[in-house]
Design a protein around this ligand. Structure first.
Ligand code: NAD
Length: 339
């Protein structure tokens, strides 16, 4: 029987994870749980996703709005093996999941301490096999791990400095800013460096973050001291064989994140999502034989989606070989076609 998955919180990440789960043949989407009876709830019903309301109060609001919900989160959990929690940070459902006896996966807004286990399919799938609770780190952290883990594994990384230029908010959000300002994160290092170490504990990484008025992607400018000499071609070769890394090129007219997302739209995937981390091929430079510089862009709404699917497989031990899980997920989402 396919594993029964419930997605709690049906916003930017939740609706993408729900669609991705629905595509898998070893799991079934047993429910999506929403708090507000809005256009996204109506769309969930239209897509045929079993819709549940957060609690009895929310259920009454759904009834009043004429949206048919099948029950509450508690009812959804009765039919679930695992909940993917895509609610905003610190929504506080851990005790409810424990009480219901379901496994759970949280997103990057939560602290690592909530689960003491953070997941990346290529880096630590085996460590998370059979776990009860895990967290998929944020879009930025996932993006850094995607390129740094293979570099460390193949060439050895001595030290990293990553400057993270963060998007202000997601395209569907008209409430947040900055609108006409650049906002430095004054904490040093920014939380991203320690967060990368929640998956790669031995990596010496420092991060600096600034927020800018764009909604479409994050951009990382990364400086890496390699343990041994390498040239740009060797570095590109490592990423060509890595998981969920795609190349773009300034020489092809991809001068900014705007063209990357145009390219993503041309790929005709669901919602024009770009699950891979986009690395500028002609932005990779090695100086002094061991100092590597590169730029990468992260589609904040979607890079964590395949990681959630693989995390489900790891926790429920639907697949024990990370390669096979990654390949299965990638095939279902069309990942790899961008290479
Ligand atoms: P979102 O605001 O788009 O969606 C959250 C959903 O949860 C909404 O449907 C909202 O109505 C619902 N919700 C709010 N409070 C709730 C509650 N108390 N109980 C149940 N549902 C509730 O948020 P998001 O951007 O999808 O973020 C979800 C998680 O994913 C966060 O941890 C966030 O840090 C992380 N994340 C977000 C992004 C991104 O760029 N948006 C990227 C990676 C990870």
């Amino acid at each position: 029987m396919p594993a029964r998955i419930v997605v709690n919180g049906y916003g930017t990440i939740g609706k993408r994870v729900a669609d991705a789960v629905a595509l898998q043949d070893d799991m079934t989407l047993a429910g999506v749980v929403k708090r507000t009876p809005d256009f996204e709830a109506r769309m969930a019903v239209r897509k045929g996703h079993p819709l549940f309301a957060t609690d009895k109060e929310a259920l009454a609001k759904f009834q009043k709005a004429g949206i048919k919900a099948r029950g509450t989160l508690a009812d959804a959990m009765d039919q679930a093996d695992l909940v993917v929690d895509c609610t905003p940070e610190a929504s506080g459902y851990k005790a409810a999941y424990e009480k219901a006896g379901v496994k759970a996966i949280w997103q990057g807004g939560e602290e690592h301490a909530l689960t003491n286990l953070s997941f990346n399919a290529a880096a630590n799938f085996a460590e998370c096999l059979g776990a009860t609770f895990v967290r998929v780190p944020s879009c930025n952290t996932t993006g850094l791990i995607r390129t740094l883990h293979p570099l460390d594994a193949h060439l050895g990384v001595r030290k990293v400095l990553a400057v993270i230029v963060r998007r202000a908010t997601d395209p569907g959000d008209s409430k947040k800013g900055p609108l006409n300002a650049i906002e430095p994160e004054l904490e040093m290092p920014s939380h991203h460096g320690p967060d990368v170490r929640s998956v790669l504990p031995a990596l010496d990484i420092h991060t600096i973050a600034v927020k800018v008025p764009t909604t479409i992607m994050h951009l990382h400018a990364v400086a890496v001291d390699l343990k041994g000499p390498a040239d740009a071609a060797e570095v590109l070769d490592v990423w060509a064989n890595a998981t969920r890394v795609a190349f773009v090129a300034g020489s092809d007219g991809v001068k900014s994140t705007a063209q990357i997302m145009e390219w993503a739209r041309d790929l005709s995937r669901n919602r024009s999502d770009l699950y891979e981390i986009a690395v500028w091929r002609d932005g990779v430079h090695v100086t002094d034989r061991t100092r590597l510089y590169y730029f990468q862009a992260v589609h904040q709404e979607s890079d964590v989606v395949p990681e959630n699917v693989d995390a489900i497989r790891a926790l429920l031990e639907l697949e024990k070989d990370p390669r096979r899980s990654i390949e299965k997920t990638d095939r279902s989402l069309g990942i790899g076609l961008a290479k």
